[in-house]
Design a binder for this molecule. Structure first.
Ligand SMILES: Nc1ncnc2c1ncn2[C@@H]1O[C@H](COP(=O)(O)OP(=O)(O)OP(=O)(O)O)[C@@H](O)[C@H]1O
Ligand SMILES: [Mg+2]
Length: 264
């Protein structure tokens, strides 16, 4: 059951944009002890049942998550979610600009992302929408010590919630979506690891791994681009991207092990 909390006073808000029935604001909220906290606010404008359920789901899941590599919810109400503002840009923006990144940077990025995924999976949460748009890089990355942060839990599944709001729906982005998600089957840790493999591919090669993503997901086209680089890298990516979850890398810790074997 959704239980709203009082939302703190909003200050200095600047509208970033409106999309899909949600308004995005950059601003500050005043916390109970009087301090200002810089935040990203998502405000639900839509009356659409599906948009509302996803919005509330994001609030429910993120409210209990505490990890340096995971977006931090600081306040929520029925209409608003406030997350700590992350100074930086998404991995998508960086790739739009520079197309690819060097192997050592890709390995570092994935190592950080896997730290966050290991935590989420140990909490019984599957993100279900790992892609460059949802990974935030701090200003100055990779030269700075600040962490890479995973955002956007609108598709997440939380084993603590009795009801699975996404069952039977096709969620995610075809280029990064594992085949079971395309079939509407709820994924597990291995689904996020599939998407993490596709993300690494995109970051290193400059495009996602399947030229015909929908054909691959539907099962009639298995053409996959090859991965340039050392053998441990192509082994990691090709195992992460197997069609059957049982044939894939099974845990974030295992993927981390394989990552450490890549010479950079
Ligand atoms: N805490 C944050 N601080 C700063 N920017 C953020 C923060 N969280 C998300 N963003 C940026 O806003 C964009 C949209 O956020 P998010 O993915 O959570 O929203 P969404 O409603 O799922 O939208 P979309 O449909 O674009 O995925 C992200 O791609 C990211 O660039
Ligand atoms: Mg997003």
């Amino acid at each position: 059951m959704y239980s709203p909390m009082p939302f703190p006073p909003l200050q200095q808000k600047v509208l970033l944009g409106k999309r899909g029935g949600i308004a995005y604001w950059h601003g500050a909220i005043k916390l109970q002890e009087g301090t200002l906290r810089e935040v990203l606010i998502k405000e639900m404008l839509s009356g659409d049942q599906e948009v509302r359920r996803r919005f509330w789901q994001e609030g429910e899941v993120t409210t209990r998550l505490r990890h340096i590599g995971v977006t931090r919810l600081v306040a929520r109400s029925e209409q608003r979610l406030a997350f700590d503002w992350i100074p930086g840009e998404s991995l998508r923006l960086l790739l739009n600009r520079q197309h690819t990144m060097p192997l050592a940077e890709g390995v570092n990025l994935l190592r950080e992302l896997l730290g966050a995924l290991e935590y989420l999976h140990s909490e019984g949460v599957v993100h279900h929408d790992i892609k460059p748009e949802n990974v935030m890089l701090p200003v100055g990355w990779p030269q700075v010590a600040q962490p890479v942060i995973l955002v956007d839990f609108g598709m997440a599944y939380d084993h603590l919630k009795a009801q699975d709001i996404h069952a039977g729906t096709r969620m995610g982005t075809p280029q990064f979506m594992p085949p079971e998600q395309f079939r509407g089957v709820r994924g597990d840790a291995r689904s996020d690891l599939y998407s993490a493999g596709a993300l690494l591919f995109d970051a290193l090669v400059g495009h996602p791994p399947f030229p015909n993503a929908l054909g691959w997901l539907a099962g009639f086209d298995s053409t996959q681009f090859s991965v340039p680089g050392p053998l441990p890298l192509s082994q990691l990516i090709s195992t992460a991207l197997r069609r059957e979850p049982a044939d894939r890398i099974q845990t974030a810790a295992k993927m981390m092990d394989m990552l450490l074997r890549i010479p950079v």
